[in-house]
Design a protein around this ligand. Structure first.
Ligand code: HEC
Ligand code: HEC
Length: 319
């Protein structure tokens, strides 16, 4: 009996040691690195693609990378949940010292699609990935980032290195892995196919689904509709204003009691483009007014939402 206890004790001791060693390895080696294989890509910009890229960046990049000085020089992410640690968005201006300076077009496409930086480091979940964005839209963003738009003028601001928590380091090893670089060209559906285009906007282009599903930890980036609680809201977000106030994302499925089932298309367009609800309440950040979306695009999103399975989920909106 005594011998058995001794052996059990020994096995337990070894197990604890293995877990501790594993945890220490994750803690000290930080965010993992990967081999990169960027495509051979040279974007040829023209004024139309630069203008479209600027509009897109306003929708999906600039709220994070734009400082109060109006430059894409980065800033602290004030709405990052403390459990994730601390992060600063990168300086992506034309300064030779910016984090974008050394990137080729192919490396930039690789980063935006797979989440792997040019030095091989994985960009944690605080930098979004765009694996389903069309090639044209991706190339427009790159064309814009190379343009002489005033917000891209060189700034020498150096943002601190991120301080990922143990949780982020662990998640970057077990849950968040680099996404595969698409093997075939990706094309967006035509705007005239409203439902398909609305789906493209929600899943691929503006990323509405990642905030509006149940939890960032369970979003499915490659197959967004398989995310837990797809568009049913309840994802715990923090106000970027004070980094403390909890604001749960809204249920935007067509459920009558807990979602948008009683809204009109016009109500919806107003809410999305100007962050105003039909009852007059302003929508709080991190929901931003997507005023760069056209009425036509917002209407396509509305058309798609009519086809999404309803979820009955009463979200505590705090009012
Ligand atoms: C939710 C906020 C957020 C959004 C939206 C966002 N980024 Fe970032 N981005 C970050 C953060 C945070 C970092 C710093 C990541 C790090 O150092 O680990 C970063 C880093 C970068 C880098 C530097 C990579 C490197 O090698 O250090 C580039 C380039 C970049 N982002 C471009 C973009 C572009 C282009 C878009 C839009 C298509 C975009 N980002 C959208 C938060 C964001
Ligand atoms: C960064 C996270 C985030 C993104 C991205 C986002 N939303 Fe929201 N959205 C929220 C939050 C949080 C609320 C709740 C705001 C509040 O309660 O004041 C909200 C509220 C809404 C509402 C109001 C619903 C209601 O019942 O009041 C609509 C409609 C909406 N979002 C649609 C969209 C659409 C469409 C997109 C994409 C174009 C989108 N959102 C992108 C976070 C986000």
């Amino acid at each position: 009996m005594k011998k058995l206890l001794k052996i059990l004790g020994l096995v337990l001791g070894v197990l604890v040691l293995v877990v501790l060693l594993g945890a220490a390895t994750i803690q000290f080696s930080g965010i993992p690195s990967y081999d990169t294989n960027p495509p051979d890509l040279k974007v040829v910009p023209d004024s139309a693609s630069i203008a479209e890229g600027k509009r897109l960046a306003t929708l999906v990049c600039n709220h994070c990378h734009l400082s109060t000085a109006g430059k894409l020089e980065g800033k602290k992410m004030t709405d990052l949940p403390p459990a994730f640690g601390a992060a600063w968005t990168a300086n992506i201006t034309h300064s030779p010292n910016s984090r974008l300076a050394a990137y080729t077009d192919g490396e930039l496409a690789y980063l935006l699609r797979t989440g792997v930086k040019r030095d091989g480091k994985y960009a944690p979940p605080w930098m979004p990935k765009f694996p389903l964005l069309s090639d044209d839209d991706l190339h427009s963003i790159i064309a814009y980032l190379r343009s002489d738009a005033p917000e891209l003028e060189a700034s020498d601001k150096v943002q601190p290195a991120p301080k990922p928590s143990f949780l982020v380091k662990l998640l970057c090893r077990v849950a968040f892995k680099p996404l595969p670089y698409p093997e075939k060209p990706i094309m967006a559906p035509p705007l005239t196919d409203k439902v398909a285009y609305g789906r493209y906007l929600i899943d691929a282009k503006v990323d509405c689904y990642s905030c509006h599903s149940a939890d960032f930890k369970t979003v499915n980036i490659l197959e967004p509709e398989k995310s837990e609680g797809y568009l049913g809201g309840g994802n715990l977000l923090l106000s970027p204003e004070d980094g403390k106030t909890v604001i749960f994302s809204a249920n935007i499925t067509m459920d009558k009691e807990t979602g948008l089932g009683d809204w009109t298309e016009e109500d919806f367009i107003q809410a999305v483009r100007f962050a105003r609800r039909p009852d007059g309440k302003p929508l709080r950040q991190p929901m931003v007014p997507f005023s760069a979306l056209s009425d036509e695009e917002a209407s396509a999103i509305w058309a798609y939402l009519q086809t999404v399975p309803k979820i009955h989920n009463e979200v505590d909106r705090g009012w």
